[in-house]
Ligand binder design. Structure first.
Ligand code: CTP
Ligand code: MG
Length: 223
């Protein structure tokens, strides 16, 4: 039974405003998507990788991934992140013997092998976990008029990152249930939220890293 990494690279990167989707931009001479591919390739806890990308980019990604032995398939994503995840989980269901999955955004290139090991350990122990870090800023809840409604205590607040990791059957069923209920009108923004909504499972917050930022806007490309 395998631990499979799902590498999401089917976004268009609208906020990056670049010619090509941001996952294909170079950071320090290397394509953003390759940082994650390299980390998965080296990791002793990852057995296979399924890469999800836009229909226009499947052949490009097949070329990029040709030298990574763990890549099982390059498949087409959907219009929203969660629909790309659904495609990956369906592919895995039909084509692999998978016990756990690590769902990861190619827009977070700065993962490391130690993080993957902490996540695998917590997945085996708790069945569901995500990389997360305590927030450094004080967070405000806003009202409709842009005034502060309240201030949640900072020690209770974490910023969610990826990878987000789960027992395969559990997360597969959670996503199936989500799509059955909401079709393509769901508003979820991460995988943990799907598990929170659709199952009673508790999701562990695993120590992420402050380096593991998501690259979203052009400013994020600078070091
Ligand atoms: N993603 C995906 N399929 C989609 C949308 C997003 O696989 N339909 C992936 C992106 O490639 C990215 C990750 O999900 O690695 C996180 O999404 P985000 O940072 O929002 O990337 P984009 O959707 O590409 O950017 P934007 O929202 O600015 O268009
Ligand atoms: Mg997006």
């Amino acid at each position: 039974m395998m631990n499979i990494a799902v590498l999401l690279a089917a976004g268009k990167g609208n906020r990056m405003n670049s010619e090509v989707p941001k996952q294909f931009l170079k950071l320090d001479g290397k394509m953003m998507i390759e940082y994650s591919l390299e980390c998965f390739e080296k990791s002793k806890v990852v057995d296979g990788v399924v890469v999800v990308t836009g229909s226009d980019d499947v052949s490009l990604v097949k070329t990029i991934t040709a030298s990574y032995g763990k890549v099982l398939a390059v498949i087409t994503g959907g219009a929203e992140r969660y629909l790309s995840v659904v495609n990956a989980l369906s592919y895995i269901k039909d084509n692999a013997e998978c016990s756990t999955v690590m769902i990861h955004d190619s827009a977070r290139p700065y993962i490391d092998e130690e993080l993957l090991e902490r996540l695998k350990e917590d997945t085996d122990r708790y069945g569901a976990c995500i990389a997360a870090v305590p927030v450094k800023d004080t967070i405000k809840i806003a009202d409709e008029d842009g005034f502060i409604a309240s201030t949640p205590p900072r020690r209770t607040l974490y910023a969610a990152q990826t990878p987000q990791c789960f027992e395969f059957e559990m997360v597969y069923n959670a996503y199936n249930e989500l799509v059955r209920k909401y079709g393509d009108n769901a508003t979820v923004t991460d995988d943990a939220e799907v598990v929170e909504m659709m199952t009673g499972r508790r999701v562990k917050l695993t120590q992420g890293s402050y380096a593991n930022n998501k690259i979203t806007v052009p400013e994020d490309m600078q070091k």
